[in-house]
Design a protein. Structure first.
Length: 246
């Protein structure tokens, strides 16, 4: 009887301990959230454009990483597939429309194929015109990300300067003697905007360079595929299904 009566007591104690642990975790979470909010408030109104810039940068990076996937921009073996259509005499307006809508590389190839009967030079000019449009689309939002990368640290610095002006103006207007502890606390709050601006600007610079490099690699790859198409169509070389040179 003693053992049976002790078991429910142990279960009850364990349940209370779990609830207490959960409550501690929730309290710790909200305490951290409050601390972040207090930091944002102490940074002043200049924190608002910095926060908006961080949200915009995050959205641009996520959208560009998804859009600039190699499998979407320049699918493998696309030139080989086009050559199969040409050999099988299946290349018609519907196929060109399908090719143009399939990918940015397909848009470039379709522009060349649509004018392949007019000779090599006309075909290359049409490909170059289509490539210019495609590259413009690939670079969408990249300049905006670069602007955020350059602007965020400056916003942070401006917030710090304004905060320092407010601190020293308050001391001057009140006629108070400078208290080192109070002055240090005010300066630390003023520096919050600089730290926040750098926290936004540094990742923005990294992803701006990273995405620009990816665009350059994709453009080089598409250029090689377009040249290969011109040579294949004009009879300078053949291509297998994998797009490799024979």
């Amino acid at each position: 009887m003693d053992i049976d009566s002790a078991q429910p007591s142990e279960d009850l104690t364990g349940g209370r301990a779990c609830k207490a642990s959960l409550c501690d975790k929730v309290a710790h979470f909200f305490k951290g959230a409050v601390t972040v909010w207090e930091l944002v408030k102490s940074g002043g109104w200049m924190m608002l454009p910095i926060i908006l810039s961080s949200i915009a940068a995050l959205g641009i990076v996520a959208e560009r990483l998804w859009t600039l996937r190699a499998s979407r921009v320049a699918p493998e073996h696309l030139v080989g597939q086009v050559w199969v259509w040409i050999k099988d005499k299946q290349l018609n307006k519907d196929k060109l429309k399908e090719l143009r809508a399939s990918s940015p590389l397909g848009e470039i190839l379709a522009a060349g194929l649509a004018n392949s009967k007019h000779g090599r030079e006309i075909m290359k000019e049409c490909i170059e015109e289509a490539a210019a449009r495609v590259i413009h689309e690939l670079e969408h939002y990249i300049n905006a990300l670069g602007t955020i990368a350059a602007m965020s640290p400056l916003l942070g610095l401006l917030g710090t300067v304004l905060g320092m002006i407010d601190i020293f103006s308050a001391f001057t207007s009140s006629g108070m003697t400078t208290n080192a502890a109070v002055l240090a606390g005010g300066i630390s709050k003023a520096l919050i905007t600089t730290a926040s601006g750098l926290m936004v600007g540094i990742p923005a610079v990294f992803f701006h360079r990273f995405l620009q490099r990816r665009i350059d690699e994709l453009v080089v790859g598409m250029e090689q595929e377009a040249i290969k198409l011109v040579e294949v169509v004009q009879g300078d070389r053949d291509v297998d299904l994998a797009g490799s040179k024979k």
